[in-house]
Design a protein. Structure first.
Length: 263
């Protein structure tokens, strides 16, 4: 369809894009129109829903937890599209922290985010998702290999839980780290980013924006932390896929046959 080669401007859905075209190490590439990523769909407008409904989606993967869904709302319903909720974080994880981020005073934010604490928190989150969410990432890849494409993956902002799940998918497809990182960092484009707000107070001050920036950025250091965790825990991507995610050769070949094309 025509939208595959041009990126749409969606009013109520942030950070939407087609991951198609990413090259693999063996000279193939991910087909356009098969894997999309975005922020949550809870605030999609009627026009957004018409566009999303025209993508021919089989499955929407929602990586938010129940607390996220209560805060933001459920995804818009897309006729004929299956919604699969696979939380990649626990509702209690960081609930008090994020309340403080939304409502806290400057001194509170300094206490928990200054001096590299914000970035350290994000790095720890990525490492944890790799080590502790193998069953979930395995489930995602088996869904994709079996029947779930075209698919859209999203979390809240579409950069961390969705970003890492897309990265894991690209690893399974044989995409090299440089191309995985390039896709991941696209979430930093100004038109994709979520704007920072603090409750009813509107825009944040420059100092608060600086304190919060590690939480709103897609930083190469976060993705590198995930990759280092794979190396430390499994000795490399291949054993991570086979031992960690239980992705056997037949399933992986089925995944590649379904999602790749010659460049």
């Amino acid at each position: 369809m025509s939208q595959q080669s041009t990126e749409p401007t969606l009013t109520g859905v942030r950070n939407f894009r087609d991951v198609g075209g990413v090259p693999t190490a063996d000279g193939r590439r991910l087909r356009h129109g098969l894997l999309f990523r975005s922020g949550h769909l809870a605030h999609a407008t009627d026009e957004d829903a018409v566009f999303l409904g025209g993508l021919g989606l089989h499955t929407v993967f929602d990586f938010r937890n129940s607390a996220d869904q209560a805060l933001e709302g459920p995804d818009v319903e897309l006729p004929g599209v299956r919604n699969v909720n696979i939380p990649l974080s626990d509702p209690a994880d960081g609930a008090e922290f994020w309340k403080m981020v939304r409502d806290g005073e400057l001194e509170q934010l300094r206490a928990v985010l200054a001096d590299g604490q914000g970035a350290a928190r994000m790095i720890a989150s990525y490492r944890s998702m790799i080590k502790n969410r193998t069953a979930e990432h395995s489930r995602i890849l088996h869904h994709l290999a079996d029947d779930s494409v075209p698919a859209l993956m999203h979390c809240a902002a579409g950069k961390d839980r969705a970003g890492l799940s897309v990265a894991v998918t690209l690893m399974a497809l044989g995409v090299e780290q440089e191309a995985i990182e390039a896709d991941y960092l696209q979430s930093n484009s100004p038109h994709r980013r979520y704007k920072m707000h603090r409750g009813s107070q509107g825009s944040v001050s420059p100092e608060v924006a600086e304190l919060l920036s590690p939480l709103f950025d897609a930083r190469a250091a976060y993705l590198h932390a995930a990759l280092h965790t794979i190396e430390e825990t499994w000795g490399g991507v291949e054993r991570y896929l086979t031992d960690g995610l239980r992705l056997d050769a037949a399933t992986r070949e089925r995944l590649r046959a379904r999602m790749l094309e010659d460049a």
